[in-house]
Write a protein that binds this ligand. Structure first.
Ligand SMILES: Cc1cc2nc3c(=O)[nH]c(=O)nc-3n(C[C@H](O)[C@H](O)[C@H](O)COP(=O)(O)O)c2cc1C
Length: 438
């Protein structure tokens, strides 16, 4: 909300007056925002209360029920999934996947999401600055910031001229122009989530600086190029993030994205990069209490947080309160099933019939039955929650993943939907790919 951030009353931290003189939002807007909501996170140590512990934008995965679950476990800032600006403006059915709407004739009045779903940043994709502005204006009053996706590395983003490809259009002029237009015309901070340019670190740093000069209020750096995806994901470059902080960190907050698998990683990343916060995607998808003290050195790498069955149960409960037709829940049941699939990934590798049952589930009750069966199995096998570790997150990080090779075809499709990097679903492709303009 506009009121949630104070206009810059001076020269940022006094380091670079020419940059910051006319900035709409003070360098500390993010910190102030987090502190205002700190009472929602009573278990967060004081040292982390002004640090952003962020749930990444994730197509079909950072939906409302999932965000609410992660917020119970210390996530203090969430992003919506990427929203395709043109579709959001033009298609009520598409809008409903992300937002609650008034049932008026035009269906263009957006209602606030639940108050516990704040702070929230809405991420959009597009290359047309006016279309992006129209889309963002629709929800501006219900969010704490907007974000431009400059990260999606997929073919659909190339065709649509958005995502990581937007960074390269007109030698960077396109994204700079978009940021300037949006920041001049919106009353919330305009943020940008970026990858490394294929042409290298120096070019990337140059572009990030231009984006900040154009008025961006926060950068999230995913320290990988668009070529580092799926099996070539590899690790993210924190040294680059450190250099971004060094270059523009006195003007805007910087978030580091990539390589965060537990709270020890969070501390290490903050120390090594100097970033204002960390963003997690895949690891938090598998284990939403990622930002709590569990599976870390101080717990002897044991899980001291809730076990994955408890997480699946809690999630399904939340889903019952926020059914897909209410708006905000992504692609409905498909999303719910994919979440449960990731939570229980370690079990589903072991018990193929249960994996088949998850894939064949078409209702929350059916997924609850799966959880019940697993609970019974746990009782007979003497399962210990304390021994649970991440499983799905590491599939592309510990060498070649062999576990996919024996999957049945249908399941490969399900896994592909769960796995694709950045814009993962065929539903999204269906919605956006047939649009001649993109
Ligand atoms: C299922 C899924 C969906 C994603 N969707 C988006 C998206 O909508 N927008 C975006 O900028 N990045 C998206 N990403 C990329 C993540 O936000 C993040 O940049 C990437 O996964 C690296 O973070 P990690 O190492 O913590 O996984 C997605 C990633 C996954 C796994």
């Amino acid at each position: 909300m506009a009121s949630s951030s104070s206009p810059d009353d001076g020269d940022g931290n006094g380091c670079c007056p020419s940059f910051s003189h006319h900035r709409k939002f003070h360098r500390n807007w993010l910190r102030d925002l987090l502190l205002r909501h700190a009472s929602n996170h009573p278990n967060l140590p004081p040292s982390l209360q002004s640090t952003a512990l962020v749930v990444a934008p994730m197509v079909d995965a950072s939906d409302l029920p999932f965000r609410l679950l992660t917020r119970r476990y210390n996530a203090n800032l969430c992003f919506t999934p990427m929203i395709h600006a043109k579709n959001f403006v033009e298609r009520p059915g598409y809008r409903r996947q992300f937002w609650k709407m008034m049932e008026d004739q035009q269906q263009k009045i957006m209602l606030p999401l639940p108050p516990e779903d704040r702070p929230l940043i809405a991420q959009f994709a597009g290359h047309d600055k006016d279309m992006l502005l129209r889309a963002m204006k629709l929800i501006e009053q219900h969010v704490d910031g907007v974000d431009i996706n400059c990260g999606c590395p997929q073919g659909i983003a190339k065709r649509g001229r958005y995502g990581a490809f937007l960074m390269e259009e007109l030698g960077g002029d396109r994204i700079v122009e978009i940021v300037q237009h949006l920041s001049e015309n919106l009353n919330v901070p305009v943020c940008v989530k970026l990858r490394i340019l294929p042409s290298g670190i120096e070019d990337s740093l140059e572009l990030y600086q231009r984006i900040v000069e154009a008025g961006a209020s926060m950068l999230t750096i995913h320290g990988r190029t668009r070529l580092q995806k799926q099996r070539n994901t590899g690790s993210a470059d924190w040294e680059l993030v450190r250099r971004v902080v060094e270059r523009v960190g006195h003007i805007v907050p910087v978030l580091s994205n990539g390589n965060i698998a537990n709270l020890d990683d969070v501390h290490r990343c903050l120390r090594e990069t100097g970033a204002d916060g960390v963003m997690s995607s895949e690891a938090i998808l598998e284990y939403p209490p990622l930002f709590t003290e569990t599976n870390v050195e101080s717990t002897n790498f044991q899980r001291t947080g809730p076990g994955r069955l408890q997480i699946a149960t809690e999630f399904l409960e939340i889903c019952k309160h926020y059914p897909p037709e209410d708006g905000g829940q992504g692609s409905g049941f498909k999303c719910i099933r994919a979440h449960v699939h990731r939570f229980l990934h370690a079990d589903l590798q072991l018990y193929k019939s249960i994996r088949d049952a998850v894939i064949a589930s078409f209702s929350i009750e059916a997924l609850e039955d799966v959880v019940k069966i697993l609970r019974e199995i746990y009782e007979t096998t003497g399962h210990e929650v304390s021994e649970e570790q991440l499983s799905w997150y590491f599939r592309h990080r510990g060498g070649v993943d062999e576990s996919q090779d024996d999957l049945p075809e249908e399941e490969k499709k399900e896994e592909a939907a769960v796995e694709e990097d950045d814009c993962p679903t065929d539903v999204f492709v269906e919605v956006c790919d047939n649009d001649g303009d993109y």
